[in-house]
Design a protein around this ligand. Sequence first.
Ligand SMILES: CC(C)(COP(=O)(O)OP(=O)(O)OC[C@H]1O[C@@H](n2cnc3c(N)ncnc32)[C@H](O)[C@@H]1OP(=O)(O)O)[C@@H](O)C(=O)NCCC(=O)NCCS
Length: 210
Amino acid sequence: MIEPKAIIILGGGGHASVIAELLQALKRPILGFVAPQEGEILNYPDIKYLGSDGLIIQNYSPDQIVLINGLGSITVKQNEIRQNLYNSFKEQGYHFETIVHPTSWVASTAILKEGCQIMAGVMIQPNVTIDQNVIVNTRASIDHDCNVGHSAHVAPGVVLSGNVVLGTNVHVGVGATILQGVAVGSHAMICAGTVVTKDIQAYEKFKEWV
Ligand SMILES: CC(C)(COP(=O)(O)OP(=O)(O)OC[C@H]1O[C@@H](n2cnc3c(N)ncnc32)[C@H](O)[C@@H]1OP(=O)(O)O)[C@@H](O)C(=O)NCCC(=O)NCCS
């Protein structure tokens, strides 16, 4: 049997700690994490701080390790930063692990692309496609035939009805609900707790409390 490769987590903040728990639940070996400095630190005795991002390219070739993007995001801008980090390592030949929490449900016909992260308690129904580097966060639910674009973040507790399309880098804020068939353009922000009934343009910020 081929042993899975050891993992390096990019980042050491709150999202990285959620990733660390998920990997421990899957009993995956973690080589350590990289972050700009030892300020924002993953507080797990078994997970080593390895240094800054540059260290990966110096010390590990793409065939020795796999990466997980541990940067979190609460804005579209931060999704773009996550995407740039992902693309820069992909250009150097590195592979990102796709991870699925054991308490989530993913339908057999759903497609999960490289580096996407399916967190605890998530439901993903038939014929859904989740593109690269996407976060589907805690307890989100994505119904049949949805399409989630590259590096989007579907925040905790979001509900996407059937046939929803999210473009690249979209951020859907905590607890938002998007009705069936709605298309959200790339780089759009759906604010926390909103109900989206119509298409949203690229770069639009949708909020309904004003
Ligand atoms: C987009 C967002 C940042 C708000 O952006 P904003 O337009 O800059 O709003 P502000 O922060 O300037 O707040 C303006 C006002 O609206 C209120 N407000 C902000 N977001 C709100 C929301 N989602 N629902 C209702 N009211 C909201 C604020 O309390 C503030 O009220 P005040 O003027 O009475 O003090 C926020 O709604 C959001 O969605 N954040 C993302 C959260 C998230 O997904 N986190 C992921 C964690 S994993």
